[in-house]
Ligand binder design. Structure first.
Ligand SMILES: *[C@@H]1O[C@H](CO)[C@@H](O)[C@H](O)[C@H]1NC(C)=O
Ligand SMILES: *[C@@H]1O[C@H](CO)[C@@H](O)[C@H](O)[C@H]1NC(C)=O
Ligand SMILES: *[C@@H]1O[C@H](CO)[C@@H](O)[C@H](O)[C@H]1NC(C)=O
Length: 365
């Protein structure tokens, strides 16, 4: 094993140990795979050395060629979570493991993964969606023997409307299957009703994430014909950008449904007056109310908003009032120097001036 791999391995164990220390018990194995995102080349480490639970390790050993997609899926999900929440109190940058994690590894999610809140719901959904997206991309790229472009569409189309299916249509079926297989651990005999309800919640939200990918499939076409007349079109199905999927899931997060912590045959709304309103498989569900994420709580791994940059004029979540939870903010002046008023001088160079500007930066107290 080369040095880089060894370094990766030692980091991995440190991170892993930190996570295990934070979440003793059995149910944590479901999300440890997120740690894969911080490793350069997980293939080099082999399935047994990766932060996977035993079921995932089995699957990994049978399909090691999927490791790059697994890592890419984790990366996509984490990146999209941070992007969607960058202006909010909870910004998906949870410090939990940060204190314990070795330098160079990124802080992973802490409290939010086991707390059964809306944030938990979003993380599970976006990660499950990320896995579908990355595996499907890999299928379409022809990197996989078990899946490829959607072949059911070949030769179809409508001659009278002047289009036919062609090119490579993304086929999400294999990605959906793999995401389920890899992430959805069966609800086993768990002690206590609460963990059972949390497991059911996570499973539901995993599926909601996958449904978002399927729902946002769209059709792209290319024109053919004399001088761009578009007499004939070739069309193919394609997944939306992961950003779009993230947006949809953020919307689902904002409209997420609180369910009862008393598990019956299936999950029910907590609000008794609303019990008749059906729960759809693409809804996000949560059990527990979220904390306000205002102040640091080391035990729960909540970093708080102190020191976060806020926008003085915004009325939204990024505004100083909301983001700083009414504690007020500090203002400092930041000097920017940049090249400006650049002119092209014949021939051949560019001459610029140096411009200075001052901007106020506000950070929460
Ligand atoms: C497909 O495989 C090639 C070569 O291994 C790799 O460079 C590329 O990133 C892969 N593409 C996808 C979408 O997985
Ligand atoms: C599952 O739970 C039942 C009743 O709670 C118990 O009798 C049984 O031994 C448990 N099985 C396992 C594998 O823990
Ligand atoms: C601050 O918020 C205002 C109003 O929403 C917006 O127009 C402006 O671009 C924001 N400034 C920054 C630096 O994001």
């Amino acid at each position: 094993m080369d040095r880089a791999a060894l370094l990766g391995l030692s980091r991995l164990f440190a991170l892993w140990a930190a996570l295990l220390a934070l979440f003793p018990g059995g149910a944590q194995g479901n999300w440890m795979w997120l740690g894969i995102a911080s490793f350069g080349v997980p293939e080099k480490l082999g399935c047994t050395n990766l932060p996977l639970n035993s079921r995932q390790k089995e699957l990994c050993k049978r399909k090691p060629y999927l490791l790059p997609s697994i890592r890419e899926g984790a990366r996509l999900g984490i990146q999209e979570c941070r992007s969607q929440f960058r202006h909010e109190r909870w910004n998906c940058q949870v410090a939990t493991a940060a204190a314990a994690a070795p330098p160079g590894t990124s802080p992973l999610f802490g409290y939010e993964l086991s707390s059964g809140t809306k944030e938990t719901a979003f993380i599970y959904a976006v990660m499950a969606a990320g896995l579908v997206h990355s595996v499907t991309r890999s299928c379409s790229a022809g990197n996989m023997t078990e899946c490829s472009c959607d072949t059911t569409l070949q030769n179809g189309g409508s001659a009278s409307e002047g289009w036919h299916w062609g090119g490579c249509s993304d086929d999400v079926q294999y990605g959906m299957w793999f995401s389920r297989k890899f992430l959805d651990s069966p609800i086993r005999n768990t002690t206590g009703k609460e963990s059972k309800v949390l497991l059911a919640m996570n499973l539901h939200n995993n599926e909601a994430g996958r449904q978002a990918v399927a729902k946002l499939m769209s059709v792209d076409c290319r024109c053919h014909g004399v001088s761009g007349s578009c007499a004939v079109k070739t069309c193919w199905k394609t997944m939306s950008s992961f950003e779009k999927i993230g947006h949809l899931l953020k919307d689902k997060y904002e409209n997420s449904i609180q369910v009862s912590d008393k598990i019956k045959r299936k999950m029910r709304r907590r609000d008794k007056d609303q019990r008749k309103v059906p729960i759809h498989k693409d809804d996000l569900l949560y059990v527990n109310k979220s904390p306000n994420y205002c102040v640091e709580d080391k035990k729960l791994g909540i970093p708080g908003t102190q020191g976060r940059e806020c926008n003085r004029t915004s009325e939204g979540a990024d505004g100083c009032n909301l983001l700083c939870c009414g504690r007020g903010y500090n203002t400092h002046v930041v000097r920017h120097v940049e090249r400006c008023e650049c002119k092209f001088i014949w021939c051949c160079y560019v001459r610029c001036r140096r411009c200075e500007s001052m901007t106020d930066v506000h950070t929460c107290k």
